[in-house]
Design a protein around this ligand. Structure first.
Ligand code: GLA
Length: 385
């Protein structure tokens, strides 16, 4: 067990007398395919070595006892009292609520959790919190649900108490990740294939703008609504059922005058991003990193200009990366409005690039940049002791 797992286990032993299992639930990166998981697209995420650790044990009572180590806060609540509260409590209680709604006989349990995903960074700490608890409860109470069922349960949980109408990508990646592989996830059929991520001579580095995005701020749900509104028009005009059936953005443009400008822009982005992800998957499998990198930069352009989910800080970091000559591809990652940019950087240039970006970013925004070199990990699972 690593230090974090050990510390969560030791905290559990101080707080409770039951015998826990320990679990690791990873965060995720996304190589390409942003905001199309809820638009029937394909996305290309991977689970990472940063995540949330859980220690959980059944306690043979009707009470759920939580201790959130990162907040130094506790909550004890009867199963029958589970309801929407606030902050971290909503993520764990919403998962419990979904098991109850699914008719699963949840019993009381003791639970300590905490981790190392910077919050609001676009690495999906919320999906890691939800997926870790869902996996642990499924394991402890022997519900026999498979990983896809657990991901769908977590997605419903995120829609319910936290109120974010997210797609399936984050929880799916956190639950189904595979070490050193990316997941090509078909978000319409909820199926996936893995392929090895070979980045000979390059690494994935996240640059954290430290501008905290909050999906719950409502902008995420607004984007989703725009896409739904546009799809209503396109269904009639193009005789399609889904964005993935639209051949090219030119077909969307034919009906531009029937949509509000912001709705048109979102639809155009979605059709282009679906195409980018399909092309990107082929490029990665052919080890054509240069072509893949171009697609990342183009994706950022779309996120910024069309989908309107970027911010000056993300735009700055992507432009800085592009101008450096050592970053083969970069873009803002995740829900947007800040968080991290994802960069594919030449090994030998990483330290220099981080130092230069840190200095320039400090000068421009007076914010201290954080950088993380990524390791791709397995999805949620028990940590052997
Ligand atoms: C958030 C959501 C995901 C996905 C991304 C954008 O991370 O939780 O479902 O929509 O934003 O790609």
């Amino acid at each position: 067990m690593n230090n974090l797992a050990t510390s969560i286990l030791n905290t559990f032993k101080k707080k409770f007398t039951t015998q826990p299992n320990v679990y690791f639930s990873p965060g995720r990166i996304n190589l390409i395919g942003e905001h199309i998981d809820y638009n029937d697209g394909y996305v290309m995420p991977a689970a990472i070595s940063k995540g949330i650790y859980y220690a959980v044990a059944a306690n043979n009572t009707d009470t759920l006892n939580f201790y959130a180590a990162d907040f130094d806060e506790s909550l004890s609540i009867a199963i029958t009292d589970v309801k929407k509260l606030d902050n971290w409590k909503n993520y764990v209680l919403s998962v419990v609520n979904e098991f109850v709604l699914a008719g699963k006989p949840i019993g009381g349990f003791d639970c300590v959790f905490g981790g190392d995903i910077p919050r609001g960074s676009g690495m999906s700490s919320s999906a890691a919190v939800e997926g870790g608890l869902a996996f642990a409860l499924n394991d402890i109470f022997n519900f026999g649900m498979n990983r896809v069922e657990l991901a769908l349960l977590c997605q419903r949980a995120e829609h319910n108490y936290p109120g974010v109408n997210c797609g399936i990508m984050d929880m799916y990646a956190s639950i189904n990740g595979k070490k050193d592989h990316v997941i090509l996830l078909d978000c319409k059929n909820i199926t996936h294939e893995y392929f090895p991520l070979k980045l000979d001579g390059y690494k994935i580095v996240l640059l954290n703008t430290r501008v905290s995005h909050t999906l719950a701020s409502g902008e995420y749900n607004v984007r989703r609504k725009r896409c739904e509104e546009g799809m209503e028009v396109l269904k009639k005009e193009l005789n399609v059922q889904s964005f993935r059936e639209i051949k090219s953005a030119a077909d969307v443009e034919l009906h531009k005058d029937k949509m509000k400008p912001e709705v048109y822009n979102c639809c155009k982005f979605v059709v282009e991003e679906i195409a980018r992800t399909q092309k990107g998957a082929a490029f990665l499998q052919q080890n054509n990193l240069a072509a893949f990198g171009e697609i990342m930069y183009a994706g950022h352009e779309g996120l910024s200009k069309l989908y309107d989910v970027s911010c000056p800080q993300s735009d700055f970091l992507v432009a800085f990366a592009k101008a450096s000559g050592n970053v083969i591809g970069a873009r803002q990652m995740g829900g947007g409005f800040g968080g991290c940019t994802i960069n594919i950087i030449k090994d030998e240039a990483i330290n220099e690039l981080i130092a230069a970006a840190t200095a320039a970013y400090q000068k421009e925004f007076d914010i201290e940049l954080e950088a993380y070199v990524m390791e791709i990990s397995d999805g949620v699972g028990r940590v052997e002791r």
